[in-house]
Design a protein around this ligand. Structure first.
Ligand code: SAH
Ligand code: SF4
Ligand code: F3S
Length: 488
C-alpha cells in the first residue's frame, strides 16, 4: 500500500472506519480538505517543522510524522516559524528535558504572530506524567500531546484540532500507558532518498537499572518479518540502497512472535532482497549477540562491518548493579571473537560515567576496556538520575566534581584510542556511500564507509547516492580526507 492510497477517493462525509490504517487515511483526507481551504485563503501551502530530540528510533518516528503531514499537504520547513511545529522529545537524560521546556517557551512568540499555529509535543518525555502535568499547567501554547504508543494517530488528533471537532479549544492530550498492536502501512518520509531506517522492533525488556527507555517505550514487540521485508522491498523500489534495522536490542528480535525467528534469520532474508546493497543494524546488547550472527557478519556480502556494542561500564561489579548480564571478561572475549570472524570490523560503544557507587577502581576498569577493545569511537555520557528507575534510589551517588574529572579523562582516552585506530586505515581503499555535498568545502562531497567513518573527498553532486571506491588518504580522527578512485 504505502503512499499509494488515493485520499481523493475517500468519502470524508461518511463515518470514520474503525480499522487501522484505514481510519488514519480517512482523517488524513479530512485534514487535506482543511489544507485546501488554507491554500485558498492564504495563497500558499501550510508549513510543518518536526524537530527530533532523541535517538535513531526517535528520528524514525519523526520521519513517520513528516510522512503523515506531507500526505495531508503540509510543506516541510527547517524554520520553527511554521504552521505546525512538532517536538519529538527524548527523556533518556535529564538535561534533554530541561532544554525542551525552554524551547516550548520560545514558540510562544511565533504563536503570537500566527495565532493559528499548531504546537505538538510527542515522544518519550510525554510518557512521563510529571512532564505532561507541568506542560498542562505552564504552557498553554501547546495544542496536542501524544505519546510513543500512538504516533500513528497523528492525523486523527490533528483533525480534531483543525476541524473544530469537540475538544478543540483545550489542549488535546492522548497518551497510552501501553502499546496496542503495531499499525503497519502508514506513510513515512526519509531524510535521504538512498538510505533509510527501518524499525524491526519496538520497546525494551532489559530494564538496565539506570535506564528510562523500558518505562516510556513499553515491552519489546517485534514486527512480522513479512512486514519488514515488504517495507524494505518498497524502499528499494524507491531508490534506497542502504537500510539500518532499528531496535533497542536487535539481537532479541523475533522472540515474541507467533512464529519466532532469530535476528540472524531475519538478516538472511533481508540480504536476499535484490538491489539492496548495504545493511546496518542498531543496537546490539552484548548479552544477546549470538555466534550465528558473528558468523553471518563474516560471510555476508551486504552487512556493513560496523557493530555498535554498548559497554556502559568496564567494571564487572558495576555491570552487575546495572543489570547488564555480562562481565568485563565476557565482553572482551566477545570482542575478540568478533574480530577473529570479521577482522576489519569497526566497533563503537556507549559509556556511562558516574553510575551510583562507581569508585576510582571501577572507573579504571572502564578505561582498561577502552584500550583493550580498541573502539573506533565511543559515545560518552555522564550518569543522569531518572526518577522511577532502580538506580535513582541507590545510595552513594557520585559527586559532580568527581564525575566531571572522570569524564575528562574518559574523553581523552577515547579520543586517543580512536585516533590511533583510525590512522591504521590510512592508505586503504574503502567503498563509500556518498551522502551529500560538503557544505564547508566547495567541490567536495561527504560519504560513509561500511565501517561508518565519514570521508570527505573531491567530487560533484552526481555521485550522491552512489557507492564508490575512495582511498582514505588522511585521518582526522572521526573522518578522513580521501581520493576517489576513478577506475571503478
Ligand atoms: N538500547 C540501547 C541504548 C539506548 S539509550 C542499548 O542498550 O545500548 C542510549 C544510551 O544512553 C545508552 O546506551 C546509555 O549509554 C545512555 N543512557 C541511558 N540511560 C542513561 C542515564 N540514566 N544516564 C546517562 N546515560 C544514559
Ligand atoms: Fe535502556 Fe538497557 Fe533497554 Fe538499552 S537495553 S534501552 S540501555 S534498558
Ligand atoms: Fe530518548 Fe526515547 Fe530514544 S528516551 S534515547 S528518544 S528511546
Amino acid at each position: 500500500m504505502y503512499n499509494e492510497v488515493d485520499l481523493n477517493k475517500i468519502d470524508i462525509n461518511s463515518e470514520p472506519p474503525a480499522e487501522e490504517p484505514f481510519r488514519q487515511y480517512y482523517f488524513m483526507a479530512k485534514c487535506r480538505e482543511w489544507v485546501r481551504n488554507f491554500e485558498r485563503k492564504n495563497g500558499r501551502c501550510p508549513t510543518a517543522s518536526v524537530q527530533t530530540f532523541g535517538c535513531q528510533m526517535n528520528a524514525r518516528d519523526s520521519e513517520k510524522i513528516i510522512g503523515i503531514l506531507k500526505c495531508i499537504g503540509y510543506e516541510e520547513t527547517g524554520s520553527e516559524e511554521a504552521d505546525i511545529v512538532v517536538f519529538n522529545t527524548c527523556t533518556v537524560r535529564e538535561n534533554a528535558n530541561l532544554k525542551l521546556y525552554g524551547r516550548i517557551g520560545q514558540l510562544k512568540k511565533y504563536k503570537k504572530k500566527n495565532p493559528d499555529m499548531v504546537t505538538v509535543l510527542c515522544g518519550c518525555m510525554m510518557q512521563e506524567d510529571e512532564a505532561v502535568e507541568k506542560i498542562r499547567k505552564s504552557y498553554n501554547n501547546v495544542d496536542i500531546i501524544f505519546g510513543t504508543h500512538n504516533i500513528f494517530k497523528l492525523a486523527e488528533l490533528l483533525a480534531i484540532k483543525l476541524l473544530d471537532m469537540p475538544g478543540t479549544k483545550k489542549m488535546i492530550v492522548d497518551i497510552w500507558e501501553k502499546p496496542a498492536g503495531i499499525v503497519e502501512e502508514l506513510p513515512a518520509e526519509r531524510k535521504y532518498p538512498f538510505k533509510s531506517g527501518v524499525n524491526i522492533m519496538f520497546g525494551c525488556n532489559n530494564f538496565c537499572s539506570y535506564c528510562i527507555v523500558p518505562y516510556v517505550r513499553g515491552r519489546e514487540r517485534s514486527r512480522e518479518p513479512e512486514d519488514i521485508i515488504k517495507e524494505i522491498q518498497h524502499l528499494v523500489n524507491d531508490g534506497v540502497v542502504e537500510v539500518m534495522l532499528l531496535g533497542q536490542n536487535v539481537n532479541s528480535y523475533g522472540k515474541n512472535l507467533k512464529d519466532p525467528i532469530s535476528f540472524t534469520e531475519l538478516l538472511k532474508r533481508v540480504e536476499r532482497i535484490e538491489g539492496l546493497k548495504r545493511i546496518r543494524f542498531m543496537t546490539s546488547h552484548p548479552k544477546d549477540l549470538s555466534d550465528g550472527l558473528i558468523e553471518f557478519m563474516g560471510q555476508s556480502k551486504k552487512l556493513c562491518h560496523h557493530l555498535h556494542l554498548p559497554l556502559q561500564s568496564g567494571s564487572s561489579r558495576i555491570l552487575k548493579i546495572m543489570n547488564r548480564h555480562y562481565t568485563k571478561e565476557s565482553y572482551l572475549e566477545l570482542v575478540e571473537k568478533i574480530r577473529k570472524a570479521v577482522p576489519d570490523i569497526a566497533i563503537t560503544t556507549d559509556i556511562i560515567v558516574g553510575f551510583p557507587g562507581e569508585t576510582e577502581e571501577d572507573f579504571k576498569e572502564t578505561l582498561d576496556v577502552i584500550e583493550k577493545a580498541e573502539y573506533d569511537s565511543a559515545f560518552t555520557f555522564i550518569y543522569s538520575k531518572r526518577t522511577g528507575t532502580p538506580a535513582a534510589s541507590m545510595e552513594a551517588q557520585v559527586s559532580e566534581e568527581v564525575v566531571k574529572e572522570r569524564f575528562e579523562r574518559l574523553l581523552k582516552t577515547v579520543q586517543c584510542t580512536s585516533a590511533k585506530k583510525a590512522s591504521l586505515s590510512e592508505g586503504k581503499i574503502a567503498d563509500v556511500l556518498v551522502e551529500e555535498k560538503n557544505v564547508q568545502e566547495e567541490g567536495f562531497v561527504t560519504g560513509r564507509t561500511g565501517q561508518n567513518y565519514l570521508v570527505h573527498f573531491k567530487g560533484d553532486e552526481s555521485l550522491i547516492g552512489k557507492i564508490v571506491p575512495v582511498k582514505l588518504c588522511e585521518s582526522k580522527g572521526f573522518y578522513y580526507y580521501g581520493e576517489i578512485q576513478r577506475n571503478f
